[in-house]
Design a protein. Structure first.
Length: 187
C-alpha cells in the first residue's frame, strides 16, 4: 500500500507543478533547459508509474467494499473505450476540442470512474479515486491559470476517423497487456 500511495503522491506533485508552482517550473527550465525539464518531468512520471504498478500488484488481499451489478462491467468497458478516444484526441486537432477544453484529463476522469464501476475493492478505490480527483483538480487549476478558453479550428472528418482508429488499436493493445500491467485479466 505504501508504494501505491507514494506513487500517487509523486504523480500528483509532479503534475501539479506547472499549474500550481509556475515559478518552480520556470526555475527548473532556466537551470536545465526546456528539454532537461521535460526529461526530469518524464523521469519522475515514470518513477511514479513504477511505484503505482508495484504498489497495486503488491496488495494481494484487497478489501472488497462494494459489488455492483454485472452489467456495470459492460458499461465500464464502453467508458474505458471513450476515455481512450479522448486521450488520443487530446494530442491532435479534433472536433472534440470544440466541446471539451481538457479531453485528456476528462478521459482520465472517465477511465477512473469506469474502473470504480468494475472494481469495488480498497486498492481500486485508492488508485482510481485518487487519479479521478487529481484530474478534476488539474482541470480547475489549469483553467484558473490559463483563463478564457479559445477553441481550436475544426479539422476535416478524416482526422476524426484517424483518432477513432488509433484509439481502437490502443484500447485493444492495453486490454491484451492488462494482465501484465495490472495483474488482472480483462477478458
Amino acid at each position: 500500500m505504501t508504494f501505491l500511495i507514494g506513487g500517487l503522491l509523486l504523480w500528483s506533485v509532479v503534475h501539479f507543478i506547472p499549474s500550481l508552482a509556475m515559478p518552480l517550473k520556470q526555475s527548473l527550465v532556466a537551470r536545465l533547459g526546456e528539454n532537461g525539464y521535460k526529461a526530469l518531468f518524464t523521469l519522475f512520471t515514470l518513477g511514479a508509474l513504477a511505484l503505482i504498478v508495484t504498489g497495486w500488484r503488491s496488495i494481494d488481499q484487497p478489501v472488497y467494499l462494494y459489488q455492483l451489478p454485472l452489467w456495470t462491467r459492460h458499461l465500464g468497458m464502453l467508458l474505458v473505450l471513450l476515455a481512450f478516444i479522448l486521450f488520443v484526441a487530446s494530442g491532435m486537432p479534433t472536433r472534440i476540442k470544440q466541446f471539451l477544453r481538457h479531453p485528456q484529463l476528462t478521459g482520465v476522469v472517465i477511465w477512473a470512474g469506469a474502473h470504480l464501476l468494475m472494481n469495488g475493492d480498497s486498492r481500486s478505490l485508492l488508485l482510481f479515486g485518487s487519479l479521478g480527483v487529481w484530474a478534476v483538480l488539474e482541470m480547475v487549476l489549469i483553467n484558473r491559470r490559463d483563463g478564457i478558453w479559445v477553441k481550436p479550428a475544426v479539422p476535416g472528418i478524416a482526422q476524426e476517423v484517424k483518432i477513432l482508429a488509433i484509439s481502437a488499436v490502443g484500447f485493444i493493445a492495453v486490454m491484451m497487456a492488462h494482465p501484465w500491467i495490472a495483474g488482472v485479466a480483462v477478458f
